[in-house]
Design a binder for this molecule. Structure first.
Ligand code: AMP
Ligand code: MN
Ligand code: MN
Length: 322
């Protein structure tokens, strides 16, 4: 796929990623927009996203993101619209911009989006991150430290600092080129991935303290309800990293972390080893993701949700001969 070719005749280009943007989503959207602005300084290039966490404000262009809100004024259709790190139905309020655009491009690495939803599709589930895919599409001589920092952050977040199995030789080669631009990568890793605010650590502590082993210790579950969120004054952005931390519990094949987004409605995060395909579990409930990291939204009490999930997790474990 050639981004220069696809965009050469466009006057207005829009870019969006999924709701509740993570590092890969924010990094790929901003990295691509920096690249497009460098290729075509005369064109209008806009990024529409729900507000990403403040830790990503170190990425150039962060302050120019148009934050998606209810009741946004109508926008003229774009000539080219990019959906990154998601299929179009996860773009939230930006889905209509994608649908109205003349030409659409989908760059993604979710197995639950294997076909792609654009006029042009660059969808590779084996890629570590959407940032790795955007890196492949950036012309080498156009790469600079600002684009590199954006893409590096996304790769770091989706690979858990190069330790998840989605990390490949290609990922490391991309990372090598990116750090070759001179970015302060230890600082980017420390300040966007590891560093937590005091309340973020407190809420992680609560989630760990209240976690429970189920299914003979093969699965670990924890949740934070709305009341607890209000008590600590935390939002969904403060839960990044909790499910991965819970998953580190020795002997578990699957981890579930959920938080209440509305009364009796939970955002569920699933993580696993190779024995449980959590993308399949999440798809049962209208969600999706990757084999070892997936998510969905579910209704009911914490116990209802866990009961509904465990049926499918058990099925997977049995299938794996456990
Ligand atoms: P999370 O648990 O939110 O960190 O998500 C884990 C992975 O699954 C990420 O790659 C998400 O983009 C993806 N994911 C989460 N929720 C959904 C959903 N409802 N539909 C499709 N993919 C999802
Ligand atoms: Mn993502
Ligand atoms: Mn991703």
């Amino acid at each position: 796929m050639n981004i220069r070719e696809i965009c050469k005749d466009a006057e207005r280009i829009g870019i969006s990623g999924h709701i509740r943007p993570d590092g890969d989503c924010a990094g790929s959207c901003l990295g691509l927009s920096l690249y497009l602005k460098k290729l075509f300084p005369e064109k209008e290039v806009k990024v529409f996203l729900e507000k990403p966490a403040d830790i990503f404000s170190c990425i150039k262009g962060f302050s120019e993101i148009v934050v998606l809100e209810e009741g946004m004024p109508k926008v003229e259709p774009f000539d080219v619209y990019f959906a990154l790190d998601a299929r179009k139905d996860r773009l939230g309020a930006a889905e209509k911009f994608f649908e109205e655009a003349e030409t659409t491009v989908n760059i993604d690495h979710h197995v639950s989006n294997a076909e792609g939803c654009g006029t042009y599709n660059y969808v590779y589930p084996e890629a570590s991150s959407t940032c790795e895919l955007v890196y492949e599409l950036v012309e080498e001589e156009m790469l600079d430290a600002d684009i590199a920092a954006a893409l590096y952050i996304g790769i770091v977040h989706d690979t858990g600092v190069f330790r998840y199995s989605c990390t490949s030789p290609k990922t490391m080669q991309a990372a090598a080129k990116l750090i070759g631009t001179g970015i302060d990568f230890p600082k980017l890793i420390e300040e966007t991935f590891y560093e937590k605010t005091y309340v973020q650590n407190q809420i992680m502590g609560r989630a760990l303290l209240e976690s429970m082993l189920i299914m003979d210790g093969r699965c670990i579950v924890s949740y934070i309800d709305k009341k607890t969120m209000d008590f600590y004054q935390v939002t969904s952005k403060d839960f990044e990293g909790i499910v991965s931390q819970i998953k580190l519990t020795k002997g578990t094949d699957c981890a579930v972390f959920m938080y209440e987004i509305r009364t009796l409605e939970y955002k569920v995060s699933l993580r696993s080893t190779d024995k449980v395909n959590v993308a399949k579990v999440a798809e049962m409930f209208g969600g999706g993701g990757h084999v070892r990291a997936a998510g969905c939204t579910m209704n009911g009490t914490f116990h209802d949700v866990i009961n509904n999930l465990t049926v499918h997790i058990e099925e997977q474990l049995e299938g794996a001969g456990a």
